[in-house]
Design a protein. Structure first.
Length: 220
């Protein structure tokens, strides 16, 4: 990250397209039958106990067992691969897309991912903070932690084996955490976002600007 980041250009991109296209993939192999139609509005499960099911998107049949898959995000169905109707697909095959309108918080998080120094998961595994790092987070919060190159910051738990992970980026503040300790994270997904101390004012400027613009536009 550097001071020459053109966040005006970044903001312009989100002004022009304040949404993201969320791919909906086959949860496992099987024969697909679509339930949603083009331009339908989709919504995730709701209610105090999520007792109101989300919008049904498709059914997938495997070994005579039918699984109905519902939306986990809100938005408009923007694309359906109609050519796959009634056909056998592999797990992970993209079946449709939902155009999800971004909220103010989501836009801030997306911008931060562009400007922070991200530390990605080296393997699909479970991750934990090193004991001293977790202790500092518990006492003072993540942004009280400063990491230096060579610091042991995480533990990767894979195949019943724990491996220490060492930070190899620029010195900075632990600004964002993108994982939940003990839950699996896919390879390549960010685990943490680090901000060099001298760049913190820039980050705050970005956040303040986004909040002001989206509040003025009446967006959440």
């Amino acid at each position: 990250m550097n001071n020459d980041i053109d966040f005006e250009e970044i903001l312009a991109q989100y002004r022009a397209q304040p949404y993201e296209l969320v791919p909906i993939q086959a949860v496992h192999t099987g024969e697909v039958h679509f339930l949603a139609r083009q331009d339908d509005e989709a919504a995730p499960a709701s209610g105090e106990w999520l007792q109101i099911p989300g919008t049904a998107l498709y059914e997938i049949v495997r070994e005579k067992n039918t699984k109905r898959v519902a939306a986990t995000t809100n938005g408009q169905v923007s694309m359906i691969r109609h050519e796959l109707e009634g056909r056998f697909v592999e797990a992970g095959e993209t079946l449709m897309e939902i155009r999800h309108p971004l909220k103010k918080k989501e836009i801030i998080e997306a911008i931060l991912r562009e400007v922070l120094l991200l530390f990605p998961a080296p393997e699909t595994a479970k991750y934990f903070f090193a004991i001293d790092v977790q202790s500092c987070i518990d006492k003072k919060g993540a942004r009280s932690v400063t990491v230096d190159p060579g610091d042991e910051i995480l533990t990767m738990s894979l195949m019943k084996r724990d491996t220490p992970l060492y930070y190899h980026g620029e010195r900075g503040v632990l600004y964002s955490i993108y994982f939940t300790p003990g839950l699996s994270v896919a390879r390549g997904e960010p685990l943490i976002g680090v901000c060099p101390p001298e760049k913190l004012p820039l980050i705050q400027k970005i956040i303040t600007r986004v909040k002001a613009e989206w509040d003025a536009a009446g967006r959440a």
